[in-house]
Design a binder for this molecule. Structure first.
Ligand SMILES: *Cc1c(COP(=O)(O)O)cnc(C)c1O
Length: 374
């Protein structure tokens, strides 16, 4: 590989797997052949060897610190991606319960989670944004959550539609803690401080905002760990993974190692999640400002008060122009801007690791493109 690799890096707006912090990649490169102090690559190390146990402990400690996770929550690292959590959540939290789980359907991912939960038990759709093509989120008054629901489920950031909860839904049974709130935070995990105490369970696959593909983090409150029934297959049982501290079987060691590096980057280089949130707000504003100032040339998919800081979705006046936009973007090293096939248009994913310069370069390109074609 030539030393030109670095200067050839594009701004990567892919929705996931997605951009990683450059210092993280560089450190992984330096340490790949020999993890300092351990005499071998992390790729070659037993998951029960001290070298990996140190990495696992550090990853948990950093997560606890960055998110201020209270003691009564457990952290586990699983495989199977977020898709497996669509099933594991109802298998562990719904099986054997009497009420129906409440699902807030705010976009493609929560819809898929609902469909999986239906396979497992009783569910209720507490809200569905389909009528407006998932361009908005429920207001507090729109939601009725049964007080005996085993849990209520949300997706904090709908990666495909680009709508995001800026705060936890303020609904009685969720607020007073009678109904545990379960959340798919796959595409906005660690983008801001999250009040973990408002949740019963938070999960996120790493490959959007927290690391590479292959590992999914689950943060779960002790009383919910107790719900898992013994009849569940071993791997699908949360309490099994908690008991074995994520070493029930071989965990995705390299993915956990890389996630640990991302967590160190967040803590030491970014300066924590409050700072990360401020940077994310600035980056998103650069793009939404261009949309809002474009006189309708760019049309945002999400209603302004539901806009995602992570996935900026918008349309252009025609599909031809959208194709040209993607192509010209690529020519300028702005990669991965094509929208999801179900929504169309453009999607710029600007996760934590997207440098401000990347968002700025895209904003400049959008202005020029509009001037030329608008
Ligand atoms: C990507 C994504 C998923 C699916 O993740 P996999 O790891 O591919 O299973 C689920 N939910 C959200 C919000 C996502 O962005």
């Amino acid at each position: 590989m030539s030393s030109a690799t670095l200067t050839e890096r594009v701004f990567n707006f892919s929705p996931g797997p997605a951009v990683l912090p450059l210092p993280v990649l560089e450190q992984a490169q330096r340490e790949l052949v020999c993890l300092p102090g351990y005499g071998m690559s992390v790729l070659e190390m037993s998951h029960r060897a001290p070298g990996f146990l140190d990495i696992l402990a550090a990853a948990k400690r950093l997560l606890r610190e960055l998110l201020a996770i209270p003691d009564k929550y457990q952290i586990i690292f699983l495989q199977g991606g977020s898709r497996l959590q669509f099933s594991m959540v109802p298998m562990n939290l719904l099986r054997g319960q009497s009420g129906a789980a409440e699902y807030l359907v705010t976009g493609s991912w929560s819809k898929m989670a609902l469909d999986e939960a239906r396979r497992e038990g009783k569910v209720n759709v507490a809200w569905d944004g389909k009528a407006t093509n998932y361009d908005r989120l429920p207001k507090a008054g729109d939601l009725k959550i049964a007080a005996d629901a085993p849990y209520a489920y949300i997706c904090t950031n709908e990666t495909i539609q680009g709508v995001q909860f800026a705060a936890e839904p303020d609904v009685g049974p969720l607020l007073n803690g009678t109904v545990p709130l379960v959340c798919d935070a796959s595409s906005d995990f660690l983008h801001r401080p999250l009040p973990i105490a408002r949740y019963g369970l938070v999960y996120a696959c790493a490959q959007k905002n927290a690391g590479p593909a292959g590992v999914t983090v689950v943060i779960i409150r002790d009383d919910l760990v107790m719900r898992s029934q013994d009849s569940l297959p071993g791997y699908l049982n949360y309490s099994q993974h908690v008991k074995e501290d994520s070493l029930y079987n071989t965990p995705p060691t390299f993915a956990i190692y890389l996630m640990k590096l991302v967590l160190e980057w967040l803590k030491d280089e970014v300066g924590g999640l409050t700072r990360m949130h401020a940077i994310n707000q600035q980056k998103a504003r650069l793009l939404y400002d261009v949309i809002d100032e474009s006189g309708g040339f760019y049309r945002g998919h999400a209603q302004p008060d539901c806009r995602s800081l992570m996935n900026v979705t918008f349309r252009l006046p025609s599909e031809t122009l959208e194709k040209e936009f993607v192509k010209e973007g690529e020519d300028r090293d702005l990669d991965g801007l094509k929208g999801h096939r179900s929504v169309g248009g453009i999607r710029a994913s600007i996760y934590n690791a997207m440098p401000s310069a990347g968002a700025q370069a895209l904003a400049n390109f959008m202005r020029e493109f509009k001037q030329k074609k608008g």
